[in-house]
Design a protein. Structure first.
Length: 229
C-alpha cells in the first residue's frame, strides 16, 4: 500500500484542558486551543470509513508507516519548504501522531479517482502555523526542487487551487513531478480541524483539477470533531 501512496506524489504522501473559571467552582468549556493533540488511537477512530460516503472504499495502512525513516525532504528554494514538508518524515511543525489510509472511488465532476488520506495531530498553534506557512508559500512556489535523504531528487510544479470550505481553514494545490509519465500530478487538499490536519492526496483526473470533494472533507471534519466522544 505504501508504494501506491508514494507513487501518487511521484515517488513521491488527551484529554481536554479544564480550568477553574474565576475560582467559583464552575469549569470553563475548553476552547479548541486548550485541547491536547489527538492521540494515534483517536486519529485512527476518526479516519473515514466506507460507509461515510457512497461509493468510497477506505483501506487503512495496516500498520505500515506513511514515510520511510530516511524521507527527510528539503526544498529549494527554501520558501517552498512547507510544501516539501508534506512529503517529509521530519517537518518543521512536528506531528504528534499520524495515521493514513488508501481511498478509492472518490467521485467528483471529473469522474472517479483514488489516493490517500493522512491525519496528523499537532498543538493548535503548530497546526495553524503550518497552514499559514502553506498559504504564504503557494503564491510564489510555482516550481521547486525536493531532495530526500532517502536518495530521490525531483523537480515539481505547483498550481494553487480553490480550497474546500470545510473545516476551520483549508488549502489546495496541484503538485506535479516534472518527470511523471503523461505529465499528470496529484491534488493535495489540506483541511485543519483544531489541531489536526487532514491531508487528501488524490491522483489528477482527466478534467480540470479540483480540491477533494466537499462531501469527503466535511465528513472527515465531522469525524474529527467527534473523535474524543
Amino acid at each position: 500500500m505504501r508504494r501506491l501512496v508514494r507513487h501518487l506524489v511521484p515517488v513521491a504522501l488527551t484529554a481536554a484542558v479544564v480550568s477553574c473559571a474565576g475560582c467559583d467552582g464552575q469549569s470553563a468549556v475548553p476552547k479548541p486551543t486548550d485541547l491536547a493533540p489527538l492521540s494515534k488511537e483517536e486519529l485512527s477512530k476518526a479516519l473515514l470509513r466506507d460507509s461515510d460516503v457512497p461509493g468510497l472504499t477506505a483501506d487503512a495502512g495496516r500498520g505500515m508507516p506513511l514515510f520511510d525513516q530516511d524521507d527527510v525532504v528539503t526544498a529549494s528554494p527554501r520558501e517552498c519548504q512547507p510544501l516539501a514538508d508534506m512529503m517529509s518524515v521530519r517537518p518543521r511543525h512536528t506531528r504528534k501522531a499520524l495515521v493514513w489510509e488508501v481511498v478509492d472511488g472518490v467521485r467528483d465532476a471529473a469522474g472517479e479517482t483514488s489516493g490517500s488520506l493522512a491525519l496528523s495531530s499537532h498543538t493548535a498553534a503548530e497546526a495553524q502555523a503550518w497552514m499559514a506557512d502553506l498559504k504564504a508559500a503557494l503564491p510564489g512556489c510555482t516550481h521547486f526542487q525536493a531532495t530526500s535523504d532517502a536518495g530521490w531528487d525531483y523537480r515539481f510544479s505547483v498550481k494553487e487551487l480553490t480550497p474546500v470550505t470545510a473545516g476551520d481553514e483549508a488549502v489546495s494545490y496541484l503538485i506535479t513531478n516534472l518527470s511523471a509519465p503523461e505529465g499528470k500530478g496529484n491534488v493535495q487538499s489540506v483541511i485543519r480541524t483544531g489541531g489536526t490536519l487532514s491531508s487528501f492526496l488524490l491522483a489528477q483526473g482527466t478534467g480540470e483539477p479540483r480540491s477533494v470533494p466537499e462531501a469527503l472533507a466535511r465528513k472527515q471534519h465531522e469525524r474529527l470533531l467527534n473523535a474524543r466522544n
